[in-house]
Design a protein. Structure first.
Length: 313
């Protein structure tokens, strides 16, 4: 397949990136959008190209050891977070990637501030970190279910009407700090429709191989759908910043959702202008000595033939 042009990838990403958060309305986003593409061989080839390209860029990211990439995934249940991570990241070296799934906080986590568990699981330089759910749960689930705040052991005087705006501010500042120190942040809301979620829940009930994915509590949460949509819209409007943009990805068509996520990751890594480290004069000299030893009769196995290590400058 002919290599897709960078311009095409950029346009695919720009369609769903929230660059003007004040004008953002979730109801304007079509959950079943396919960008004019069709499922099939061409889409499969395009995704495979994306997977391979991410693998190439991740190798440069790891070798350069300067930047890191944080991918945050948020969604309603059954939107496809796990499968998207599985497919899009299938071409990378596992040594350069870390995936964290944030579920109900542990006692240790509850004894810290609510940002703590996310901050201690940030990717090191050269690596890709994936947060399957994140600190955004604290302005989404905690907002829909205020009783969660009671379990966080916060002083009552700090739980005021301004708490959500204060949490947005804390998130923005935390992400700004990470960005200032070399972490590029991409945030994805996988936007599944209520009807498509219903179908996927039924599939999990009807197909034995999917029973393990089903949680009765997920169905009960459907009663709070409108509250969740309101919470997501406000959170995205408040936290889609120049240093950590949200991408609202249509999730009713899984093949297209994966394609757009892959395109966003490629576009972000391309902007870092990553390259493999270049050898200095001293390294080239040492490499030449190693080559001479390896191509000698002894193959570098004779005592006294070792190359002197480079001395720190």
């Amino acid at each position: 397949m002919k290599k897709p042009k960078t311009k095409k990838v950029r346009k695919l990403v720009e369609r769903y990136r929230i660059d003007k958060p004040r004008k953002f309305r979730l109801e304007d986003m079509d959950c079943s959008d396919d960008g004019g593409l069709k499922a099939g061989e061409e889409a499969d080839q395009l995704l495979q190209w994306g997977v391979d390209r991410i693998g190439e860029l991740q190798e440069r990211l790891y070798a350069q050891d300067r930047w890191s990439l944080l991918l945050i995934f948020q969604a309603m249940d059954a939107a496809g977070k796990d499968s998207t991570i599985k497919h899009v990241m299938s071409g990378i070296n596992p040594q350069g990637c870390q995936v964290w799934s944030f579920k109900r906080p542990s006692e240790e986590e509850l004894d810290h501030d609510w940002l703590w568990r996310g901050m201690v699981r940030q990717p090191e330089r050269g690596r890709i970190g994936i947060h399957n759910r994140s600190w955004y749960e604290e302005v989404l689930v905690a907002r829909v279910h205020p009783e969660i705040l009671e379990r966080q052991k916060m002083p009552e005087s700090l739980v005021t009407k301004r708490i959500w705006k204060e949490r947005y501010h804390s998130i923005n500042e935390a992400e700004r700090h990470l960005a200032r120190n070399g972490t590029m942040i991409l945030k994805f809301f996988l936007n599944v429709s209520q009807e498509e979620q219903r179908k996927r829940f039924l599939s999990r009930l009807d197909e034995a191989g999917k029973n393990w994915k089903f949680e009765p509590g997920d169905v009960r949460e459907r009663a709070h759908w409108d509250d969740y949509m309101k919470a997501y819209e406000e959170a995205i409007r408040a936290t889609s910043t120049p240093w950590a943009r949200w991408h609202v990805i249509p999730a009713d068509r899984k093949w297209y959702m994966r394609l757009v996520v892959a395109a966003a990751v490629i576009e972000a890594l391309d902007r870092l202008d990553l390259s493999l480290p270049e050898l200095g004069a001293a390294q080239r000299k040492e490499f030449a000595e190693c080559r001479a030893l390896l191509t000698s009769k002894s193959g570098g196995t004779k005592a006294g033939g070792a190359v002197k290590p480079l001395q720190p400058s």
